[in-house]
Write a protein that binds this ligand. Sequence first.
Ligand code: NAP
Length: 469
Amino acid sequence: MPSVVRVAIVGAGPAGIYSAEALTKGAVESGRQIEIDIIDRVPSPFGLVRYGVAPDHLSIRSVRDTLDRVLAEPNVRFLGNIEVTGDASVGVESASLGRIGRVSIERLRANYDAIIFCYGAATDRNLGIPGENCVGSLSATQFVNWYTGHPDTAPDAWDSMLGSARSIAVLGVGNVAVDVVRVLAKDRTELEHTDMPEHVLGALGESVVTDIHLIGRRGPAEASWTTKELRELGELANAEVVVDPSVLNLGESSRRLVESSKVVARNVEVIRQWVQQPPRQTKKRIHLHFFRRPTQVVVVDGAVAGVELEETALSQDGQVSGLGQLHVMPVDAVIRSVGYRGLPIPGLPFDDSRGVIPHVDGRVMEDGAPVPGMYVAGWIKRGPSGIIGTNKKDAVNTVASVLADLESGTLPTRKSSEDVAELTGSAVVSHEGWQRIDAAERALGTTRSRERTTIHDRVDSISIATQAL
Ligand code: NAP
């Protein structure tokens, strides 16, 4: 093993950055020199902390300051605007202002002693129902990407829908659905202090939506949202929660859940308080529906006209089944929020049923054996669940395997010492480049009396990042 160990981390979200932190700590403790490159296809680091956590959750978003300190470590480099591909014929392709650089896994394996894949779950799960991909039926992932200013999303992608849809169905009752509903239900003044791009604030401010329907296929006790997030729906300036009291007639399995989980008990209590509140006659309404599962998005003349829902019931063990009674809820648009899903990289082992890379203790597994030098952490390892902090423990566990393999001599030795950053060219965004984007976003925010305003456009970000070069 060469005296300097080189590790590539694919993905600069929490799992990737916490992996770099754990490796750096391990290097100090073992007296080894470990150089780390964190590669990401977007120009800015922090993954879902930047492009997932809702912009009005400022305290959760502030975790990026902690993550940023890891990127500033002398043994860590951030290499933004580079995509890792399974296509070996790519080798290395340089980045330019308008083009993402590319590097193949094969080339990474030649130049690093270990690779940790931390690229998360970038897409959304499908419902598998007719009409779900028609115009006006979109995924929460697309909406979240847009309102957080993800460079892959067109700035005007939601203008038409927000400008025309008076009623919107949000399918799924997890925390992402709650974020989506809250952002839709807030007035512009309630979002003004966030770092949302200016055109996003403009389009949300012009939204004509008055009725948002949040629809769960199981009951209020089975919803996967957390209490703090749920409660926020009842604290909006111009939107009130509307819920039928009958949803609180809990069945036996739901009552057992309430008794066994404080979180579930608190969630149900929040809903009970809403049921008891007098109506506020607000401009917007958030309707909660339970025991309804979507069976099709109803399309008339190529546009969403409603969502067909089947009544459901729970079995003794909380499993959902359809009762055969169908109802059409007329709505102008549908947002599907039924979970994220990880995507495969061709050539890497992948468990398609779960959307994850198979592993044992963070070691990538193929045909029952670990693939030497290949590791995995975060959502692409364990699936899309948990809070940001969950990724820290997860990354520490994976890095323990990397360090153990390093000590036992089972890491493969790299065959060459090319510098991927140099090969991919001057449009690669370094940590210094990111700091320029950061400064530009803060300056833009100051002009509007907020901490920052996200720069949405990829080319703008890259030209700011590389302007001094
Ligand atoms: P999630 O918590 O897994 O929720 C997915 C929802 O979709 C569930 O209500 C699920 O219902 C429903 N669903 C799945 N398949 C369905 C189908 N075929 N038909 C109807 N409904 C279906 O996922 P998420 O909301 O995307 O959140 C992902 C992770 O990020 C979670 O760990 C979440 O807590 C976290 N997150 C946290 C925050 C925060 O802390 N503020 C914010 C956003 C996200 P069933 O339960 O019946 O399957």
